[in-house]
Design a binder for this molecule. Sequence first.
Ligand code: ADP
Ligand code: ADP
Length: 226
Amino acid sequence: MAAINITNVSKIYAGGVEAVKSVSIDIADGEFIVLVGPSGCGKSTLLRMVAGLEAISKGTVEIGDRVINDIEPAERDIAMVFQNYALYPHMTVYNNLAYGLKNRGTPKAEIDARVAEAARMLEIEQYLTRKPRALSGGQRQRVAMGRAIVRKPAAFLFDEPLSNLDAKLRVSMRGEIKQLQKRLGTTSLYVTHDQLEAMTLADRLVVLNGGQIEQIGRPLDVYHTP
Ligand code: ADP
Ligand code: ADP
């Protein structure tokens, strides 16, 4: 587990668009931070810089005591969950969960134990031999979360993970994400445009606007209307 320190981070895309402007957020070990704000405000760009999917133009991101700007995405000790699941379609659920660990040379017994534990937590044990196309949207999203959990990362990054699900499933899954995060104690940075999702999940909310922090605080303080 680890804290994440984002310090004066900016993103200037080729062509000159400054999508993120000198943003600083100190995320405590085990804290759940939700990034909200209108479309185009830079949420996804900020998350992708932490993940290593976009280069950081200025500033630093530290996880634990390591500056991760120049560390390859796979070496960052971070797991990301996307809205489109990003599962490998030709692999079984078991292999989707095991893939990252296999690549790291984790021993087979350890892989099996971790996959079994994640599958139990997410109640997808009965689907381990299926391929993603034979699963519902909710089941696929559980597999995507399982793939993050098996790595036992220092941090989870979530990019609108529930936005492809129907309203009812979204509500139940957000409860499950909160429970899992509490249980695992993993530092989390979560992007959503859904206000209820943000209120339910966040220890603290960060409101971005035009690439800058407009507000940062506990959900009730941020959304309080006098
Ligand atoms: P959000 O996730 O809040 O919707 P984004 O981070 O996707 O916002 O986008 C922030 C800004 O950066 C927008 O103006 C968007 O058009 C721009 N942008 C995003 N990706 C790129 C890119 N690859 N190249 C140039 N501009 C981009
Ligand atoms: P594929 O058919 O894509 O080659 P499989 O999923 O059938 O892959 O099996 C690949 C490896 O994963 C095998 O070593 C197998 O023992 C292991 N494996 C597959 N399913 C499970 C499972 N449910 N529990 C434990 N190990 C599994």
